[in-house]
Design a protein. Sequence first.
Length: 239
Amino acid sequence: MNDWEELTSEKEIITVIGAGGKSTCIRYLAEKYKSAGKRVLVTTTTHMRMPQTGACLGGTAEEILQTLEDTGYAAAGIPVKEGGADKIKGLPGDVLARGIDAADVTLIEGDGSRGLPVKVPASHEPVIVPQTTRILLVAGLSCLGEELGKVCHRRELAGRILNCRPDHRLSPEDLAVLLREGYLFPLRERGKGIPVTVVLNQGDTRERREKAERCRQFIKDAPVVITSLSKGKTYDSVF
């Protein structure tokens, strides 16, 4: 495993936020940790796609605990409809607490992005449970060079931060500014010291990885890794 994937304690609660690969990141890590013999719970504090495996949709701790005992992996939430799609929402607090106690690793999707590669959160976002031990902030490199209005969730907030129009094309520096001012600075104020790692995802080409390296140079507030999670890769260099 790479450093950003490694577990640092016996019990980890990792909240994944941002855009451009949160679900892929959770699936990737869940498989890694399960393969390492860890009992893994996947859930959300907002809405996420209906799980295909390990589904625990009854909303009870007993179901989650039994599934973890039987298979080592549970994906738990309450079924909901969102825009015609089948999704799950978060668990009641007491049920989540019991699931966290039973799992070695809990992976929580704590943000929504409407399938877009970059996001600026509203004041009530992301939703981070107090038990969280680590935060992964994901951003999709496919946004670079594209018009802000086409690739950013909550583009109005992003436009205010960058002082630009929706047709402005995002640069690596722009992405760094959005991540810092949209997420890293607010998390520093209310994150209670929870460590944050920035995951610049979708580094599928050398050109994207070169742009990601430029973006990384502008982020001094947290460790930054460059990944292509769909390929299962973390890049130590742009080559």
